[in-house]
Design a protein around this ligand. Structure first.
Ligand SMILES: *Cc1c(COP(=O)(O)O)cnc(C)c1O
Length: 368
C-alpha cells in the first residue's frame, strides 16, 4: 500500500465542480485581485472564527508580517516567539526590522512554554507571538497574563490551527491579531498561496487593510508606506467553497487522530500527541516522537508510507540566525523534539484501513 502524506486528489475530487464554477465566475467578472469572492470569503472566515475582521492576503508569511507591521514594530524592537515553529513566524519580526527572541516549548503540547517567557523580556520587548503549532492552541491565558503584566502585545500565528479552540473560543480571536495561512497543505488550503489576518480591533483592521494594498484605501492616495499583499480573486473563490467543508474535514481529522491513538497507544517506545484539557486540537499534523525516529522513518518509507519532520532544525540553530548568538543546549525540549519528531500521514480522507496499516508497520518495526 502507498500512503501519501496528504491526499489532495481525494480532497478535491468531490468539490471539483463547485470550485470550478467559482473559479470561472471570477474569470467572467474580471475580478482577478481582491473583489467580491475575496470579500465574501473574508466575512465567512471572520464569522467561522468569531472575530470582527478578516483581511485576506497573499500568504501566511505576509500575514505574519502585517500583524507586527500594523502594530508598529520596528528596528530595535524584540519579539518573543517559540524556537519550535516554522521559520515564517520569525519573518514576521525580521521583516519589520525587529529581532526574534526565542523561547523553549512545553514537553506535552510542543507550544511555547509560558513559564520560560518572562526571563526573556527586556525593555526592548514589544510583542509575543504565540504559535498554535500542529493544530493545538498555546496556553493563551497564561501567556496573556505575562503580556498584560509587561504591557506588550500578544499576537497569534494560527497558520496551522483554523477553527481550533482554546476554552471554547476559536483561534484567531485570542489576541490582538492573528495570522492564518492557506498554503495548499494547511487545514484550509487555497489552489496556490494565500493567508489572512484576523482581529477584533477596528483601527488595526483598517490599517492592515491599507498596508496590504500599498498603504492606501483610495486608489493613488497613500497614507502609509505599504506593500502589495493582496489576495487573488481565484484563491478567494476557492477558499469560499472549501470553508463550507472545514468543520466536516476537521471532524474527520480528529476521528483519524483518535483511531491512531487506539492502534498506537500500546507501543511503549513512542509518545503520541496529547489534546490539552483546554483545547480543541484540529490535527494539522499528527506528530509522534521516538528516539528511533530516523530508522522508523526509513522503515515506513520502505513500506510505502510518507512522513514528515516538523521541524528538524529549531529556529535558534538555523544558520540565518547565527548572529543572534544562540547555541545547542539553549532549548533542550525543542532540541529533543527536533531529533525525535515524526509526522504521520494526516488528512481528512485518511481511512481506517490506512491508519491500521501504518500502525501495524510501526508495531512491527518495534518488535524487530
Ligand atoms: C505555513 C506556516 C506559515 C507560513 O504560511 P505561508 O502561507 O506558507 O506563507 C507561518 N507560520 C506557520 C506556523 C506555518 O505553519
Amino acid at each position: 500500500m502507498q500512503i501519501p502524506f496528504i491526499d489532495f486528489k481525494k480532497l478535491h475530487e468531490p468539490i471539483k465542480e463547485e470550485t470550478g464554477a467559482a473559479i470561472q465566475n471570477v474569470i467572467d467578472n474580471n475580478a482577478f485581485v481582491l473583489g467580491k469572492a475575496v470579500s465574501d470569503f473574508e466575512a465567512d472566515f471572520a464569522n467561522a472564527h468569531d472575530v470582527k475582521h478578516c483581511i485576506a492576503v497573499s500568504s501566511g508569511t505576509d500575514a505574519n508580517h502585517l500583524v507586527l507591521w500594523g502594530l508598529g514594530l520596528k528596528e530595535g524592537d524584540e519579539v518573543i516567539i517559540p524556537a519550535n515553529t516554522f521559520i515564517a513566524t520569525a519573518w514576521g519580526a525580521t521583516l519589520c526590522g525587529a529581532t526574534p527572541v526565542f523561547v523553549d516549548c512545553e514537553p506535552d503540547n510542543y507550544n511555547i512554554d509560558p513559564k520560560k517567557i518572562e526571563e526573556k523580556i527586556t525593555p526592548k520587548t514589544k510583542a509575543i507571538v504565540a504559535v498554535h503549532l500542529y493544530g493545538q492552541p498555546a496556553d493563551m491565558d497564561e501567556i496573556r497574563k505575562i503580556a498584560d503584566k509587561h504591557n506588550i502585545y500578544l499576537a497569534e500565528d494560527a497558520a496551522q490551527s483554523h477553527i481550533a479552540k482554546y476554552k471554547e473560543k476559536p483561534a484567531g480571536g485570542l489576541s490582538v491579531a492573528a495570522s492564518f495561512s492557506f498554503y495548499p497543505g494547511k487545514n484550509l488550503g487555497a489552489f496556490g498561496e494565500g493567508g489572512a489576518v484576523t482581529t477584533n480591533d477596528d483601527e488595526l483592521a483598517k490599517k492592515i487593510r491599507m498596508l496590504r494594498d500599498h498603504g492606501s484605501d483610495k486608489k493613488y492616495y497613500h497614507e502609509y508606506y505599504g506593500h502589495n499583499y493582496r489576495m487573488e480573486g481565484i484563491q478567494g473563490a476557492v477558499l469560499g467553497v472549501k470553508l463550507k467543508y472545514l468543520e466536516e474535514w476537521t471532524d474527520r481529522r480528529r476521528a483519524a487522530a483518535k483511531k491512531y491513538k487506539g492502534f498506537l497507544k500500546s507501543i511503549e517506545q513512542i509518545f503520541l500527541p496529547e489534546e490539552m484539557s483546554y483545547a480543541r486540537h484540529v490535527y494539522h499534523l499528527y506528530v509522534i516522537t521516538t528516539p528511533e525516529r530516523d530508522r522508523l522513518q526509513k522503515y515506513l518509507q520502505d513500506n510505502g508510507i510518507a512522513s514528515g519532520l516538523h521541524y528538524p532544525v529549531p529556529l535558534h540553530l538555523q544558520k540565518c540566525f547565527e548572529h543572534l548568538g544562540y547555541k545547542k543546549g539553549d532549548f533542550p525540549v525543542t532540541e529533543k523534539l527536533a531529533d525525535e519528531c515524526l509526522s504521520l500521514p494526516m488528512f481528512p480522507d485518511l481511512s481506517e484501513e490506512q491508519i491500521e496499516y501504518i500502525s501495524e508497520k510501526i508495531k512491527h518495526f518495534f518488535k524487530q
